[in-house]
Design a protein around this ligand. Structure first.
Ligand code: PHE
Length: 340
Protein backbone atom coordinates (compact mmCIF):
# COMPACT_ATOMS: atom_id res chain seq x y z
CA UNK A 1 0.00 0.00 0.00
CA UNK A 2 1.32 3.44 -0.89
CA UNK A 3 0.94 5.67 2.13
CA UNK A 4 3.62 8.35 1.96
CA UNK A 5 2.44 11.94 1.74
CA UNK A 6 5.43 13.24 -0.17
CA UNK A 7 8.79 11.98 -1.35
CA UNK A 8 11.46 14.25 -2.77
CA UNK A 9 14.39 12.69 -4.60
CA UNK A 10 16.94 15.07 -5.99
CA UNK A 11 20.47 15.12 -7.28
CA UNK A 12 21.88 17.59 -4.78
CA UNK A 13 22.97 20.71 -6.70
CA UNK A 14 25.94 21.26 -4.36
CA UNK A 15 27.05 17.63 -3.91
CA UNK A 16 25.74 15.72 -6.93
CA UNK A 17 24.61 13.00 -4.50
CA UNK A 18 21.11 11.52 -4.28
CA UNK A 19 19.16 13.40 -1.58
CA UNK A 20 15.98 11.64 -0.48
CA UNK A 21 13.43 13.18 1.88
CA UNK A 22 10.38 11.02 2.63
CA UNK A 23 7.46 12.59 4.49
CA UNK A 24 5.27 9.69 5.53
CA UNK A 25 2.61 11.48 7.56
CA UNK A 26 1.79 14.89 8.97
CA UNK A 27 -1.61 13.76 10.30
CA UNK A 28 -0.57 14.54 13.89
CA UNK A 29 1.76 17.45 13.10
CA UNK A 30 5.20 18.22 11.69
CA UNK A 31 6.88 15.03 10.48
CA UNK A 32 10.10 14.21 12.37
CA UNK A 33 12.91 11.88 11.42
CA UNK A 34 16.67 11.90 11.35
CA UNK A 35 19.10 12.39 8.47
CA UNK A 36 20.90 9.18 7.56
CA UNK A 37 24.19 9.45 5.68
CA UNK A 38 25.18 6.01 4.54
CA UNK A 39 26.57 4.03 1.65
CA UNK A 40 24.13 1.94 -0.40
CA UNK A 41 24.84 -0.41 -3.32
CA UNK A 42 22.30 1.62 -5.34
CA UNK A 43 20.55 4.88 -4.54
CA UNK A 44 17.26 2.98 -4.83
CA UNK A 45 18.28 1.02 -1.74
CA UNK A 46 18.54 4.35 0.07
CA UNK A 47 15.04 5.20 -1.16
CA UNK A 48 13.71 1.89 0.18
CA UNK A 49 15.38 2.65 3.52
CA UNK A 50 13.86 6.16 3.61
CA UNK A 51 10.38 4.79 2.85
CA UNK A 52 10.51 2.17 5.60
CA UNK A 53 12.21 4.38 8.17
CA UNK A 54 9.85 7.31 7.65
CA UNK A 55 6.79 5.07 8.07
CA UNK A 56 8.30 3.70 11.29
CA UNK A 57 8.78 7.28 12.51
CA UNK A 58 5.03 7.87 12.17
CA UNK A 59 4.40 4.90 14.48
CA UNK A 60 7.22 6.00 16.80
CA UNK A 61 5.87 9.53 17.26
CA UNK A 62 2.25 8.34 17.58
CA UNK A 63 3.06 5.79 20.28
CA UNK A 64 5.33 8.27 22.07
CA UNK A 65 2.30 10.54 22.35
CA UNK A 66 3.98 13.30 20.36
CA UNK A 67 2.00 15.74 18.19
CA UNK A 68 4.17 14.74 15.23
CA UNK A 69 4.26 12.54 12.19
CA UNK A 70 7.09 10.60 10.57
CA UNK A 71 9.68 11.38 7.93
CA UNK A 72 13.30 10.59 7.10
CA UNK A 73 16.17 11.97 5.08
CA UNK A 74 18.67 9.70 3.36
CA UNK A 75 21.85 10.89 1.70
CA UNK A 76 22.87 7.88 -0.38
CA UNK A 77 26.62 7.54 -0.75
CA UNK A 78 28.18 5.17 -3.27
CA UNK A 79 29.61 2.06 -1.56
CA UNK A 80 33.29 1.93 -0.78
CA UNK A 81 33.94 5.67 -0.84
CA UNK A 82 34.26 7.75 2.30
CA UNK A 83 33.17 11.26 1.37
CA UNK A 84 35.77 13.96 1.84
CA UNK A 85 34.73 16.67 4.31
CA UNK A 86 33.83 19.10 1.53
CA UNK A 87 31.45 16.66 -0.15
CA UNK A 88 29.89 15.86 3.20
CA UNK A 89 29.19 19.55 3.88
CA UNK A 90 27.76 19.97 0.37
CA UNK A 91 25.45 16.97 0.83
CA UNK A 92 24.23 18.23 4.20
CA UNK A 93 23.57 21.65 2.63
CA UNK A 94 21.60 19.95 -0.14
CA UNK A 95 19.52 18.08 2.45
CA UNK A 96 18.95 21.33 4.34
CA UNK A 97 17.72 23.05 1.18
CA UNK A 98 15.15 20.32 0.47
CA UNK A 99 13.97 20.43 4.10
CA UNK A 100 13.66 24.22 3.91
CA UNK A 101 11.45 23.88 0.83
CA UNK A 102 9.07 21.71 2.84
CA UNK A 103 8.31 24.83 4.87
CA UNK A 104 7.97 23.21 8.31
CA UNK A 105 6.07 20.07 7.32
CA UNK A 106 9.20 18.10 8.19
CA UNK A 107 12.10 18.62 10.61
CA UNK A 108 15.22 16.51 10.85
CA UNK A 109 17.72 15.39 13.47
CA UNK A 110 20.70 13.07 13.72
CA UNK A 111 20.61 9.44 12.61
CA UNK A 112 23.04 6.76 11.46
CA UNK A 113 26.09 8.55 10.02
CA UNK A 114 25.28 12.03 11.33
CA UNK A 115 25.65 13.86 14.65
CA UNK A 116 25.05 17.24 16.31
CA UNK A 117 27.78 19.06 14.34
CA UNK A 118 26.17 17.92 11.10
CA UNK A 119 22.91 19.46 12.31
CA UNK A 120 24.72 22.82 12.44
CA UNK A 121 25.68 22.31 8.79
CA UNK A 122 22.09 21.45 7.82
CA UNK A 123 21.09 24.51 9.87
CA UNK A 124 22.95 26.76 7.40
CA UNK A 125 20.03 26.08 5.02
CA UNK A 126 17.03 25.52 7.31
CA UNK A 127 15.87 26.06 10.87
CA UNK A 128 13.84 22.85 10.84
CA UNK A 129 16.57 20.85 12.51
CA UNK A 130 16.90 19.39 16.01
CA UNK A 131 19.92 18.38 18.11
CA UNK A 132 22.41 21.09 17.23
CA UNK A 133 25.01 21.26 20.04
CA UNK A 134 23.93 23.26 23.11
CA UNK A 135 26.37 26.03 22.16
CA UNK A 136 24.54 26.39 18.83
CA UNK A 137 21.11 26.57 20.46
CA UNK A 138 20.08 22.90 20.26
CA UNK A 139 19.62 20.00 22.66
CA UNK A 140 22.79 18.27 21.47
CA UNK A 141 23.37 14.56 21.10
CA UNK A 142 20.07 12.64 21.24
CA UNK A 143 21.70 9.30 22.02
CA UNK A 144 21.66 9.67 25.84
CA UNK A 145 17.87 10.10 25.60
CA UNK A 146 17.53 7.13 23.26
CA UNK A 147 19.69 5.01 25.58
CA UNK A 148 17.75 6.01 28.72
CA UNK A 149 14.46 5.24 26.96
CA UNK A 150 15.83 1.88 25.85
CA UNK A 151 16.77 0.94 29.40
CA UNK A 152 13.27 1.94 30.59
CA UNK A 153 11.88 -0.34 27.86
CA UNK A 154 14.20 -3.17 28.91
CA UNK A 155 12.87 -2.93 32.47
CA UNK A 156 9.31 -3.31 31.14
CA UNK A 157 10.43 -6.29 29.07
CA UNK A 158 12.05 -7.91 32.12
CA UNK A 159 8.85 -7.42 34.08
CA UNK A 160 6.67 -8.89 31.34
CA UNK A 161 8.98 -11.84 30.73
CA UNK A 162 10.60 -12.56 34.09
CA UNK A 163 8.32 -10.88 36.63
CA UNK A 164 10.80 -8.25 37.83
CA UNK A 165 11.99 -4.99 36.31
CA UNK A 166 15.47 -5.37 37.80
CA UNK A 167 18.20 -6.05 35.20
CA UNK A 168 20.62 -7.17 37.97
CA UNK A 169 21.74 -10.74 37.37
CA UNK A 170 19.93 -10.95 34.02
CA UNK A 171 21.92 -11.52 30.86
CA UNK A 172 21.79 -9.26 27.81
CA UNK A 173 23.52 -9.46 24.43
CA UNK A 174 24.02 -5.95 23.03
CA UNK A 175 24.70 -6.02 19.29
CA UNK A 176 26.27 -2.69 18.30
CA UNK A 177 28.25 -0.42 20.61
CA UNK A 178 27.75 2.89 18.84
CA UNK A 179 26.54 6.10 20.42
CA UNK A 180 23.33 4.47 21.66
CA UNK A 181 24.36 0.81 22.08
CA UNK A 182 27.53 1.73 23.98
CA UNK A 183 25.50 3.77 26.46
CA UNK A 184 22.87 1.06 26.87
CA UNK A 185 25.62 -1.47 27.62
CA UNK A 186 27.15 0.86 30.20
CA UNK A 187 23.80 1.53 31.92
CA UNK A 188 23.03 -2.19 32.04
CA UNK A 189 26.48 -2.98 33.45
CA UNK A 190 25.97 -0.32 36.13
CA UNK A 191 22.69 -2.04 37.07
CA UNK A 192 24.48 -5.34 37.63
CA UNK A 193 23.48 -7.08 34.40
CA UNK A 194 25.64 -9.77 32.77
CA UNK A 195 26.64 -8.72 29.27
CA UNK A 196 27.70 -10.17 25.95
CA UNK A 197 28.60 -7.32 23.59
CA UNK A 198 29.55 -7.08 19.92
CA UNK A 199 30.48 -4.55 17.29
CA UNK A 200 31.82 -4.68 13.76
CA UNK A 201 34.56 -2.28 14.92
CA UNK A 202 37.25 -4.25 16.83
CA UNK A 203 38.29 -1.05 18.66
CA UNK A 204 35.06 -1.31 20.66
CA UNK A 205 36.53 -4.28 22.48
CA UNK A 206 38.06 -1.89 25.03
CA UNK A 207 34.55 -0.92 26.16
CA UNK A 208 33.73 -4.60 26.63
CA UNK A 209 36.80 -4.98 28.83
CA UNK A 210 35.96 -1.85 30.79
CA UNK A 211 32.42 -3.11 31.48
CA UNK A 212 33.53 -6.64 32.31
CA UNK A 213 31.45 -7.87 29.37
CA UNK A 214 32.09 -10.90 27.18
CA UNK A 215 33.25 -9.77 23.71
CA UNK A 216 31.72 -11.62 20.75
CA UNK A 217 31.29 -11.27 17.02
CA UNK A 218 27.91 -9.80 15.97
CA UNK A 219 26.89 -13.27 14.68
CA UNK A 220 27.79 -14.93 18.00
CA UNK A 221 26.03 -12.25 20.04
CA UNK A 222 22.88 -12.56 17.94
CA UNK A 223 22.48 -16.21 18.88
CA UNK A 224 23.96 -16.06 22.40
CA UNK A 225 22.06 -17.89 25.15
CA UNK A 226 20.90 -14.81 27.09
CA UNK A 227 17.70 -13.50 28.62
CA UNK A 228 17.39 -10.52 26.30
CA UNK A 229 18.89 -9.74 22.88
CA UNK A 230 19.39 -5.99 22.40
CA UNK A 231 19.77 -5.00 18.71
CA UNK A 232 21.52 -1.64 18.69
CA UNK A 233 23.01 -1.39 15.22
CA UNK A 234 21.53 -1.35 11.74
CA UNK A 235 18.12 -2.85 10.99
CA UNK A 236 16.98 -6.01 9.29
CA UNK A 237 18.74 -8.46 11.62
CA UNK A 238 15.58 -10.41 12.47
CA UNK A 239 14.93 -12.72 9.53
CA UNK A 240 13.33 -16.19 9.32
CA UNK A 241 16.84 -17.68 9.44
CA UNK A 242 18.15 -15.64 12.37
CA UNK A 243 14.93 -16.02 14.38
CA UNK A 244 15.18 -19.81 14.06
CA UNK A 245 18.67 -19.63 15.61
CA UNK A 246 17.88 -17.28 18.52
CA UNK A 247 18.49 -18.54 22.06
CA UNK A 248 17.01 -15.62 24.01
CA UNK A 249 13.66 -15.16 25.75
CA UNK A 250 13.09 -11.60 24.54
CA UNK A 251 14.35 -9.12 21.94
CA UNK A 252 14.28 -5.39 22.66
CA UNK A 253 16.66 -2.74 21.42
CA UNK A 254 17.00 0.70 19.86
CA UNK A 255 17.92 -0.32 16.28
CA UNK A 256 15.31 0.92 13.81
CA UNK A 257 13.50 -1.55 11.51
CA UNK A 258 14.75 -4.76 13.13
CA UNK A 259 12.31 -7.05 11.29
CA UNK A 260 13.11 -7.87 7.66
CA UNK A 261 9.36 -8.04 7.00
CA UNK A 262 6.38 -7.57 9.36
CA UNK A 263 5.62 -11.32 9.20
CA UNK A 264 8.83 -12.06 11.12
CA UNK A 265 7.01 -10.79 14.25
CA UNK A 266 4.81 -13.91 13.98
CA UNK A 267 7.87 -16.17 13.83
CA UNK A 268 9.19 -14.61 17.07
CA UNK A 269 5.78 -15.03 18.68
CA UNK A 270 5.58 -18.69 17.61
CA UNK A 271 8.97 -19.32 19.23
CA UNK A 272 7.65 -17.67 22.42
CA UNK A 273 10.25 -14.90 22.14
CA UNK A 274 8.87 -11.57 23.34
CA UNK A 275 9.66 -8.82 20.79
CA UNK A 276 9.33 -5.22 21.87
CA UNK A 277 8.48 -3.10 18.80
CA UNK A 278 11.62 -1.12 17.97
CA UNK A 279 9.72 2.10 17.33
CA UNK A 280 8.46 2.06 20.92
CA UNK A 281 11.86 1.20 22.43
CA UNK A 282 13.84 3.79 20.44
CA UNK A 283 11.59 6.83 20.90
CA UNK A 284 13.79 8.43 23.59
CA UNK A 285 15.83 10.53 21.17
CA UNK A 286 12.93 12.24 19.52
CA UNK A 287 11.09 12.50 22.87
CA UNK A 288 14.00 14.23 24.62
CA UNK A 289 14.91 16.50 21.67
CA UNK A 290 11.36 17.82 21.33
CA UNK A 291 10.84 18.09 25.10
CA UNK A 292 13.95 20.26 25.45
CA UNK A 293 13.81 22.32 22.23
CA UNK A 294 10.05 22.85 21.85
CA UNK A 295 8.77 22.67 25.43
CA UNK A 296 11.89 23.80 27.34
CA UNK A 297 11.34 21.06 29.89
CA UNK A 298 13.56 20.41 32.91
CA UNK A 299 15.80 17.32 33.09
CA UNK A 300 13.33 15.81 35.60
CA UNK A 301 10.42 16.28 33.17
CA UNK A 302 12.43 14.74 30.35
CA UNK A 303 13.34 11.75 32.53
CA UNK A 304 9.67 11.23 33.37
CA UNK A 305 8.83 11.23 29.65
CA UNK A 306 11.57 8.69 28.95
CA UNK A 307 10.40 6.47 31.82
CA UNK A 308 6.90 6.55 30.32
CA UNK A 309 8.22 4.42 27.44
CA UNK A 310 8.04 1.54 29.94
CA UNK A 311 4.33 2.23 30.51
CA UNK A 312 3.63 2.40 26.77
CA UNK A 313 5.37 -0.91 26.25
CA UNK A 314 3.54 -2.52 29.18
CA UNK A 315 0.24 -1.41 27.61
CA UNK A 316 1.30 -2.84 24.24
CA UNK A 317 2.16 -6.20 25.83
CA UNK A 318 -1.13 -6.20 27.79
CA UNK A 319 -3.30 -5.44 24.76
CA UNK A 320 -1.41 -8.03 22.70
CA UNK A 321 -2.15 -10.65 25.33
CA UNK A 322 -5.78 -9.55 25.68
CA UNK A 323 -6.40 -9.70 21.94
CA UNK A 324 -4.26 -12.77 21.28
CA UNK A 325 -2.01 -10.93 18.79
CA UNK A 326 1.71 -10.16 18.59
CA UNK A 327 3.08 -7.03 20.33
CA UNK A 328 3.89 -5.82 16.82
CA UNK A 329 0.26 -6.09 15.71
CA UNK A 330 -0.96 -4.48 18.94
CA UNK A 331 1.47 -1.55 18.58
CA UNK A 332 0.66 -1.03 14.92
CA UNK A 333 -3.07 -1.03 15.65
CA UNK A 334 -2.60 1.58 18.39
CA UNK A 335 -0.45 3.73 16.08
CA UNK A 336 -3.12 3.59 13.34
CA UNK A 337 -5.79 4.51 15.88
CA UNK A 338 -3.78 7.60 16.85
CA UNK A 339 -2.30 8.68 13.52
CA UNK A 340 -4.90 7.37 11.06
N1 PHE B 1 17.38 9.21 14.74
C1 PHE B 1 16.24 9.66 15.49
C2 PHE B 1 15.19 8.55 15.51
O1 PHE B 1 15.27 7.57 14.78
C3 PHE B 1 15.69 10.86 14.82
C4 PHE B 1 15.54 12.15 15.57
C5 PHE B 1 16.13 12.42 16.77
C6 PHE B 1 14.75 13.09 14.99
C7 PHE B 1 15.92 13.61 17.39
C8 PHE B 1 14.54 14.28 15.58
C9 PHE B 1 15.13 14.54 16.79
O2 PHE B 1 14.24 8.61 16.26
Amino acid sequence: MFSHERIIIRRGPESGLPIIVAVHSTALGTALGGCRLKAYPQWQDGLADALRLSAAMTDKCALAGLPNGGGKTVIALPTGATPDPGLRVAALHDAGSVIEELGGHYATGPDVGTGPDDMVTIGHRTNHVFCRPAGAGGSGDSSPGTAAGTVAALRAVCRARFGSTDPAGRSFAVVGLGRVGGRVARLLAESGAKLVVADVDPAKRSLADELGATWATPEEALTAAVDVLVPAALGGLLTPTSVAALRCAAVAGPANNQLDTPATADLLHNRDILWAPDYVVSAGGVISATAVELHHESPQQVTARLDAIADTLTEVFASAQRDGVTPSAAATAEARRRAG
